[in-house]
Design a protein around this ligand. Structure first.
Ligand code: SAH
Length: 242
């Protein structure tokens, strides 16, 4: 039994072959930390054509997923007491790192992927949460589902080689990550900042914090908390000067 089960209801199970080729996720699958169970919506379709979609009442472009096959697929999944059902929809709450952290307390996530023009409104009743991966529209919920599986799996203990790599990274706190460099020290005239090669760990810590503040201030001021600036003992004018 894996520590975390993903059950995905989808018309395109083949899309999920991608997760077998995504580095750390492959490792998590190999180590049996996660299981990804694909439930092919077509198998729950109706009639000899296994119909899963139909024209919308009231008219309008495109086809809409019917409720019965999705309900049947959802009912066929064995649910653990710590299970949640997520519905992929551009109308949902936009996914944040803190959502992934919150879902770590579960041991099963059921993901419903829409297609075409979406799904019958009554499908929403199955969802504990409706999730969007951003303010744009994709053709199906498969890429959003893979994003959730990927983002959550890398947080599971035992997945990443070094769990410390999660600590400083962007979106783990209200600050973005500092710039990172590796060898060579000079590459096409671009030099690694001296502070990183001098070996003074206190200076390095300070430089990194300063860079985090500067980056977040310049790129994503919306993420910053007021005490981020205070904690560093500087004010907005200092940041503007960076
Ligand atoms: N007409 C629908 C969009 C349909 S897009 C509407 O306006 O709400 C088809 C399917 O792709 C959706 O049902 C959903 O499952 C998925 N999808 C598209 N964009 C998405 C996004 N940003 N986040 C999550 N799922 C999305």
């Amino acid at each position: 039994m894996s520590s975390f089960n993903f059950d995905v209801i989808t018309l395109f199970p083949k899309a999920f072959e991608l997760i077998n080729n995504l580095g750390v996720i492959t490792r998590a699958l190999d180590k049996n930390l996660i299981d990804v169970n694909l439930h092919d919506l077509r198998e729950f379709g109706e009639g000899s054509y296994k119909q899963v979609d139909d024209k919308p009442y009231g008219g309008g472009a495109g086809m809409v997923l019917k409720p019965e096959p999705i309900y049947k697929a959802h009912e066929s999944i064995r649910k653990s007491p710590k299970s949640k059902t997520l519905l992929m929809t551009p109308q949902g709450k936009v996914l944040k790192q803190k959502d992934l952290l919150r879902w770590l307390n579960l041991d099963q996530i059921i993901i419903i992927c829409g297609q075409y023009e979406g799904f019958d409104e009554r499908v929403r009743c199955l969802a504990d949460e409706e999730v969007s991966i951003g303010d744009y529209v994709l053709s199906g919920g498969e890429i959003p589902a893979i994003s959730i599986i990927n983002g959550l799996t890398r947080l599971l203990p035992g997945t990443l080689g070094d769990p410390d790599s999660l600590v400083d990274e962007s979106h783990n706190s209200s600050l973005l990550e500092y710039p990172q460099y590796t060898r060579p020290q000079v590459f096409r005239n671009m030099k690694v900042p001296d502070v990183l090669t001098n070996g003074n760990h206190k200076d390095i810590r300070l430089w990194r914090k300063e860079q985090q503040l500067k980056r977040t201030f310049n790129r994503r001021r919306d993420l910053m908390k007021s005490n981020d600036i205070k904690k560093f003992d500087c004010d907005e004018n200092d940041l503007r000067r960076f």
